[in-house]
Design a protein around this ligand. Structure first.
Ligand code: HEM
Length: 401
């Protein structure tokens, strides 16, 4: 058994995480990074922004301030930008999104059910968050597919970590990996800035939101819009994928969700706990600190084990079981914690709930193909199925709408 908690070659190593939680709550991986495995330590560490700062980059990689992602911007600038983003994606505006998400899920499922199944990740799961986030950003529907491709290209590239490209040239930031994408975003921003009556979308709201007299520059806007697309896409897709894998493996659960939509909300929370789409957060230690009596020096890489924390038996009875009767279903760390806690959580919950609801309502039986084994996704920090080849039968009368 691997004991490196960051070795995800075969997916998140839950057995190794359990062993570390029990025997060595703060360990060091083969690369020298410190790994925090217990719930209390991880939660406290997410709040300790004086000691831990988000880290995507290799040592020495410097990006211009306007190209820093919100996660890595130090205070007080982080809070200022965060308030602008929160206002742009505020919860009260999400009610209007729900009918769009439901219609999208139904139309995708029409095709899957007509074929009696298929790869649920490709045919149902992946298009949902990509289309929803592109819609919210205000992207022309004709360009939604290109947006999804750009998002994958950027997430799977190493532009954020390296300052030399493969050809030895300096890293040119986001534009260096996806020039068409940055040109497209820049054009959206410029168009809305010139319009007398711009559409009410994320781009317009980011343009017009002023917090304490502060607005984002066009380059900051482009950086944060691209990050919203990527963070809303790669993560929510795995939430929906994990949920569908769970119901495809458990016909009784599929039937329960179909019969009692009130259970969907807790089902989504339990999936975020049991299978957090981001299983680990990487930080730089910027202020010496001791965690569980282990000193962590400045300059060290530190990994917050969200998946490890979410299955800590001191917090959850039978933590490896997927259960719908947890006393405090929202206590998990699937969305992180502290000042950087996910601002898109309500949108992600909405998408997860509606995608599950439509699936469980319209699918009478779902079975993963014979011999199915989960293939992990190619993004190191992400946890979800790469493919879900399944055979489906439709609920009576709901083959089409
Ligand atoms: C199931 C889906 C999602 C999961 C599991 C998730 C998880 C997380 C986690 C764990 C963090 C904390 C990162 C850290 O502390 O370094 C985070 C931050 C963030 N998330 Fe999400 N997220 C999801 C969906 C979304 C969506 C839909 C959006 C946007 C619409 C979004 C936007 C962001 C942003 C902008 C941050 C950075 C916040 C900051 O640093 O202040 N996320 N997310």
């Amino acid at each position: 058994m691997t004991t490196d908690p960051l070795d995800t070659t075969d997916g998140v190593p839950f057995a190794a995480l359990a062993e570390l939680r029990a025997t060595c709550p703060v360990s060091q991986t083969s690369s020298g990074a410190y790994f925090l495995a217990r719930y209390d330590d991880v939660l406290a560490a997410t709040k300790n922004i004086g000691s831990f700062q988000a880290s995507f980059r290799e040592p020495g990689v410097v990006v211009p301030p306007e190209e820093q992602l919100i996660s890595e911007i130090p205070e007080p600038r982080h809070s200022e930008i965060r308030r602008i983003i929160n206002s742009a994606i505020a919860q009260h505006r999400l009610a209007r999104v729900e009918p769009f998400v439901r219609e999208l899920c139904h139309s995708l499922l029409d095709g899957v059910l007509a074929r009696g199944g298929g790869d649920l990740v490709a045919d149902y799961v992946t298009p949902i968050p990509a289309t929803v986030i592109a819609h919210l950003l205000g992207v022309d529907p004709a360009d939604h597919a290109r947006f999804a491709e750009w998002s994958d290209l950027v997430v799977q590239s190493d532009y954020a970590t390296k300052n030399r490209r493969a050809d030895g040239e300096e890293n040119e930031g986001l534009a260096g990996v996806a020039r068409e994408f940055t040109d497209y975003l820049d054009a959206m921003i410029a168009q809305r800035a010139e319009m007398a009556d711009p559409p009410d979308d994320f781009v317009t709201r980011l343009l017009n939101t002023e917090v304490d007299g502060i607005r984002l520059t066009p380059l900051e806007m482009r950086t944060q819009l691209a990050f919203l697309l990527m963070s809303g896409n790669e993560t929510t897709r795995h939430l929906i994928g994990n949920l569908l894998e769970t119901v495809c493996r458990d016909p009784a659960l599929l039937a329960r969700f179909g019969a009692d939509p009130d259970l969907l909300t807790v089902g989504v929370e339990e999936s975020l706990r049991h299978d957090p789409p981001i299983h680990v957060l990487i930080r730089d230690c910027i202020g010496a600190v001791a965690v569980a009596d282990t000193p962590i020096p400045v300059g060290a890489k530190v990994a917050f084990g969200l998946a490890a924390a979410n299955r800590d038996p001191s917090m959850y009875d039978a933590p490896d079981e997927f259960r719908l009767d947890r006393p405090r279903p929202k206590d998990h760390l699937g969305f992180g914690g502290g000042p950087h806690v996910c601002p898109g959580a309500q949108l992600a919950r909405l998408e997860g709930r509606v995608a599950l609801e439509v699936f469980c309502e319209r699918v009478a039986s779902a079975r993963l193909v014979e011999g199915y084994a989960r293939e992990p996704v190619p993004v190191f920090w992400a946890h979800g199925p790469r493919r879900l080849p399944a055979v489906l039968t439709a609920s009576a009368g709901l083959e089409t709408r």
